[in-house]
Structures are given as C-alpha cells and as structure tokens.
Design a protein around this ligand. Structure first.
Ligand code: KG4
Ligand code: ZN
Length: 355
C-alpha cells in the first residue's frame, strides 16, 4: 500500500509517499525559515500564504517517485490538527481535492500521533523494521508542544503530562531571540552550548521533584532575561556560549528527569524521543547516559523523522487505513483526534497529583 502524506500544520509544507510497512519512498519538506526568520517566530498569515505557494509543487515532487504517479497511490493521510487553522486548511484542501478526483480513501491524522509513531519510519528499502515493542514512553518536545505519552498502540495513546506554559522548543527560540542569535533558536543555541560551561550561570531547575510529569519553561526564560537585565548581553563568544550551555543544561535535564520518572511510574523500559528538540545534542547525550544507568532502552529517530515531516503523517494514516478506517470528504480541521480527546478528558477528570 502506497500512502501519500500531507502536512501543513505550522511552518513546513510537506508531502511524502510511505509504504504501509514504514518504508519511506519520498519525503519532501519546504521550510519557511526564511519567511519567519526576521520576526523571530511563526507569523500565521505568512505561513498560510507560503503553504499555498508550496503545496502543489511539494506534492507533485513527492508523487514523482511512483512509476505511474498518482495512479500508484492507495490512500491519502493528511494532518487535520492541532496546528494553525489557516495553515492546516491548505494541506487539508489539497488532500481532499486529490482524494475526490482520484477516488482514493482519505484519513485525517493528529499531528502529535504522527510524531509519536515516527520512530517506526524506515528510511531506505534495506533498513530493517525498528525493533520497538509497545508499550513505550514517548517524550515529544517541539516548538508548539512538550509532553509525555504512554503508547500502547497506534490508537491507544495516553498523555501523561505536558508543559504548563512554554514548549521546550519555544523556550530555545525565545532565549535565542533575547540574545539576538537568530531563528529557529534550537540549533543555534545547541551549537553554542557545545562550546560553553553548563555550570557557568546558575539558573533555576523548573518543577524538580514536584508536579508529577508536568514541565514548565517560562520561568527559566524569565531567569535568562533577568540575568541579561542585570549583566547586559553577553559581551563575547565565551560568555554567550556559557549562557547557552547553562540554559540548555536546565532544559534537557528537566526533559530527561521527567521522561525517566514516567518510565518508572508506568513500569515501562522503552523511551522514544521525538519533535524538533530531539535533535538537540545535549539532550541525546544526557538521555543516552541516564537511560543506560536506569536500564531503559532509548530510541531516537533520525533527525528527518523528529522534525515536522509528512512521512510520519503517511505512516500514522496507513495504520488507520489498514484497520479499514476512512474519513468522509467533509473531514475538517480538528485540534485532537477522537481517541486522544477521550483519553485527555479522562485524564483531566483525575485529581491532580504532586504538590
Ligand atoms: O517539531 P518541529 O520541527 O516543529 C514544531 O514545532 O512542530 O520543532 C521545531 C522546534 C523549534 O522550536 C526549534 O528551535 C527546535 O525544535 N529545535 C531544537 C533543535 N533543533 C530544532 N531545539 C534544541 N536543539 C536543537 N538542535
Ligand atoms: Zn511537530
């Protein structure tokens, strides 16, 4: 089965063709970094317009890998939430038009479920299936989300905790903007942090040993802003690298602490990292070290599978299609899938833990 995936929830217009066994046949991503860079963050209206410009060429390029093009497709999977509504509508409209004109089944995919299953993507015919059994704990950290999940099946996913305020990637982006380093901030801060002393600037560790599996990063961002207000912007490369290293150490320690706390609480010994922040070298190194000590098996997908892409949407959609599920062409923009919604509602009704 060849599935066309389409993703346009934020600032990447992406299309991919993936087989139902997870082999990625094509994976095209048109990034809008140049569009949003000058503003230090994503501007929704500009994102929608850039998606409109890119969506058709990106899909055409992805489908070109098939000998008979669109005629070799068996289904379409499209992100229908969560995300920027105007941006989502562009991908959704394109997907519906193709499904209608080619008489193909279509399924809407929750962007987060795409990220959570991306670990199973096989980049190359010769890549063996990923030896990861369920259940596993997944830590998803991107520009828009930071949360922990327990994954028992492609449609049996429970959110265990999330950030109370900023997402981890957002914190990287805001600190980078504050220091005048550029956008997106994660890769820039990551690079500088490798050259600095992570203990140089004392910063508060958020939610340490409290609030269960929840995160918080806005206080940390404020602490960096206060440090700059007191001491001025770092005067040289060394001071800049030290501040980046100190900030990054706190973020990645918090992410790893809570991920391992989730593994312990759920008695699960498999941990998957996902989302753009999973590209962070400090996070990867600390997670590897701490998982090794704790006897937890760590899975970190290749970078192209961690950041926003349409291959993960195609794969998650293929699971739904394989179960015989179909969505009607009336499919609209939803922020959360029905399964995840009911799980979240159940979770919200439980008394808060921690203190
Ligand atoms: O998953 P993603 O591509 O898009 C969504 O936000 O959904 O994640 C982008 C985020 C940005 O905030 C970016 O700064 C962050 O991931 N990021 C990183 C790194 N690479 C990307 N954060 C820390 N270290 C990195 N190396
Ligand atoms: Zn994402």
């Amino acid at each position: 089965m060849n599935i066309l995936g389409i993703e346009s929830s934020c600032d990447e217009t992406a299309a991919a063709v993936v087989r139902d066994d997870g082999v990625v046949l094509s994976d095209v991503v048109a990034s809008q970094i140049d569009v949003h860079g000058p503003y230090g963050g994503v501007v929704p209206e500009l994102a929608s317009r850039a998606h409109l410009a890119h969506v058709v060429p990106v899909i055409e390029q992805a489908v070109r890998v098939l000998p008979r093009g669109f005629a070799d497709l068996d289904g379409i999977a499209v992100t229908h939430g969560p995300g920027l509504v105007g941006a989502l509508l562009v991908g959704l409209s394109a997907a519906k038009a193709i499904a209608w004109s080619r008489d193909l089944p279509i399924v809407g995919v929750n962007h987060l479920i795409g990220h959570l299953l991306a670990v199973y993507l096989r980049r190359g015919e010769d890549t063996p299936p990923v030896p990861l059994q369920m259940p596993y704990i997944a830590m998803l950290a991107s520009g828009g989300h930071t949360a922990l999940y327990r994954v028992d099946g492609p449609d049996d996913i429970e959110q265990l905790g999330e950030t109370r305020d900023d997402a981890a990637g957002e914190a990287f982006d805001k600190v980078s903007k504050l220091l005048g380093l550029g956008y997106p901030g994660g890769p820039i801060v990551d690079k500088l942090a490798a050259l600095g002393d992570p203990k140089a600037v004392p910063l508060p560790m958020p939610m340490r040993n409290k609030h269960g599996l929840e995160f918080s990063f806005s206080g940390l961002k404020t602490a960096v802003a206060q440090h700059v207000a007191r001491n001025g912007l770092p005067a040289d490369d060394k001071a800049r690298a030290d501040l980046c290293a100190s900030f990054q150490r706190v973020v990645v320690t918090s992410l790893v602490d809570k991920s391992l706390a989730a593994c312990k609480r759920e008695r699960v010994t498999r941990l998957v990292l996902g989302g753009g922040v999973a590209a962070n070298r400090g996070l990867r190194a600390l997670a590897a070290e701490r998982c090794n000590k704790a006897g937890v098996e760590l899975f970190v997908p290749p970078l192209a599978s961690c950041t926003d892409n349409a291959a993960m949407i195609a794969y998650a959609g293929a699971q739904r299609l394989a179960r015989g599920e179909r969505d009607a062409l009336e499919l609209s923009v939803f922020s959360t899938s029905p399964q995840l919604r009911s799980r979240l509602r159940a979770a919200a009704q439980q008394p808060a833990e921690g203190g």
